[in-house]
Design a protein around this ligand. Sequence first.
Ligand code: AMP
Length: 212
Amino acid sequence: MTETLTIALSKGRILKDTLPLLAYAGVTPIDDPDTSRKLILDTNQADIKLLVIRASDVPTYVEYGAAQIGVAGKDVLLEHDGTGLYEPVDLKIAVCKIMVAAENGKSIDQPRIRVATKYVKTARRYFASKEQQAEIIKLYGSMELAPIAGLADCIVDLVDTGNTLKANGLSPVEHIADISSRLVVNKAAMKIRHEQIKQFIRQIETAVAKKK
Ligand code: AMP
């Protein structure tokens, strides 16, 4: 029997879009991930297990080899420092953008600005790349509140329809990057278990192409 392949999945919105792709690739969890309280799910394939974890923890599980494969948003990967990951497939799910947003009509064209965000590294890199001095303030949620409450001049956040910004009197002002979920693979596992992992990657690539 082949060694167990452990796949770390991001909870929430990404999980909802990942399960149909896994199903296309022939992998279905035995318990319903939406209702099960299990953190490790068995699948219809005896040698494949799923971990359902917080999105920002996925790269860590894969980098340390606790999972050989993971599904993570590019937003999370941009914030992750590690070098132990390959990113072989763009799954084209949970597509959105990471953007700078400010109050309607307000410019962020100032020599020094305050930026509130959960995406500290991405924001720091972005403002450094355009040589604008930025004080980055780390928040854990509800970023839209920061400009309204006077905490920051702008925010860096994920934008899909733009409705959340709009509902809070904010507008997108600058585009930082396009975001979608990616398949990530532990580099050492890719070497040691090449055949098994390559086969899984091929199945997922086919699933992504079929879904289009
Ligand atoms: P929207 O109102 O459609 O622009 O959605 C914006 C909110 O939904 C943001 O505050 C994000 O936190 C969240 N969001 C949108 N797209 C994604 C995604 N692909 N992954 C995770 N969160 C997202």
